[in-house]
Design a protein around this ligand. Structure first.
Ligand SMILES: *[C@@H]1O[C@H](CO)[C@@H](O)[C@H](O)[C@H]1NC(C)=O
Ligand SMILES: *[C@@H]1O[C@H](CO)[C@@H](O)[C@H](O)[C@H]1NC(C)=O
Length: 305
């Protein structure tokens, strides 16, 4: 899969003065980005707080002329589709970056490289399905990451959230995640607020760590709910007492608890269904590994023709 669908040469071209000797004599900052007083033509700037505000400007790429010293860059509700590696590293003092409600489908590894001061990264309402490994690797100061309302299907890329040593608020609301494994994190100890609602969660042992922290984690008023296994109440986290919960959130292979004999009438060659009196029904993926305690031989002998 290509991590990023950006056309390769849609880069912005900077005006270069004719004399190269003169160019070399200029301070590097003047060449690499606009001076402090500048502001991109289509944005508003608040120089006192080093903010560049470019919401709703139909931007398809980062605008020209963002000052190097920018701390807050607001690019929400534009048409950005992709961020390439190092694209933002010209603004190493960034503390807040808002890319919500764009059309970001691709983030190259290194897209957030060179931003050691970044504290808040908002990516809500984009088209993200996967996060490349190491995407957040350098963001040691990040405390807020909003990935809600994307199309994330998996965060099991080992250590998908690695590098986020200080993450306090993680918003994954409204994605397509079946689970969120503790191994995805650098450490979950810094985590204070977690939004995991509106995902098709499979409530098994992989989510035990959430369960264990459910008294201390702040779910921002929206407890995660279970989509499966079917036997588990959707609001298990809210409704079930601790003792029962740990019985449900397991990853053991399903077993038939009640071994009552079943008589089934079927035509030869037709499939036969047995009722499976399990506390938890089998999900599709688990059914394949279901263990039948009766041998096929003995099962067959009990089918009535
Ligand atoms: C985090 O930010 C502080 C200043 O806010 C800075 O001194 C420190 O170097 C940053 N941490 C990292 C790992 O860059
Ligand atoms: C999390 O995301 C949802 C959906 O975008 C939003 O409504 C909610 O305010 C966010 N919560 C936090 C704490 O960021």
């Amino acid at each position: 899969m290509r991590p990023c669908a950006c056309p390769p040469l849609l880069r912005r071209h900077r005006y270069l003065p004719a004399g190269r000797v003169l160019l070399l004599a200029l301070p590097w900052a003047l060449l690499s980005a606009a001076p402090l007083s500048a502001c991109p033509a289509r944005c508003e700037c608040v120089p006192q707080v080093r903010s560049v505000l470019c919401q709703r400007r139909r931007l398809t790429a980062l605008p020209e002329g963002i000052p190097t010293e920018t701390r807050v860059l607001e690019l929400s509700r534009n048409r950005l589709r992709c961020l390439t590696a190092g694209e933002l590293s010209a603004f190493p003092l960034l503390e807040e970056l808002d890319l919500s409600e764009n059309a970001l489908a691709g983030l190259e590894p290194g897209a957030f490289g060179g931003l050691p001061q970044l504290r808040a990264l908002r990516l809500r309402g984009n088209q993200l399905r996967l996060l490349p490994a190491g995407l957040f690797a350098g963001l040691a100061n990040l405390t807020l990451l909003d990935l809600s309302e994307n199309r994330l299907v998996v965060l099991v890329e080992p250590r998908a959230l690695f590098g986020l040593r200080q993450i306090r608020l993680l918003n994954l609301s409204a994605n397509f995640l079946p689970t969120l494994e503790e191994a995805a994190f650098h450490s979950v100890n810094s985590l204070e607020t977690l939004r995991l609602d509106r995902n098709p969660l499979v409530c098994d042992c992989r989510l035990l760590w959430v369960l264990q922290r459910r008294k201390t984690l702040d779910f921002d008023g929206q407890l995660p709910t279970c989509s499966s296994p079917p036997g588990i109440p959707g609001d298990a986290l809210r409704a079930l007492p601790d003792a029962v919960l740990f019985e449900f959130f397991t990853c053991q292979r399903p077993r038939i608890r009640e071994r009552r004999l079943q008589r089934v009438t079927a035509l030869e060659g037709q499939p036969v269904s047995f009722l499976c009196p399990l506390g938890i029904q089998l999900t599709a993926s688990r059914a394949r590994s279901a263990v039948w305690l009766k041998r096929i031989q003995s099962l067959r002998s009990r089918v009535q023709f």
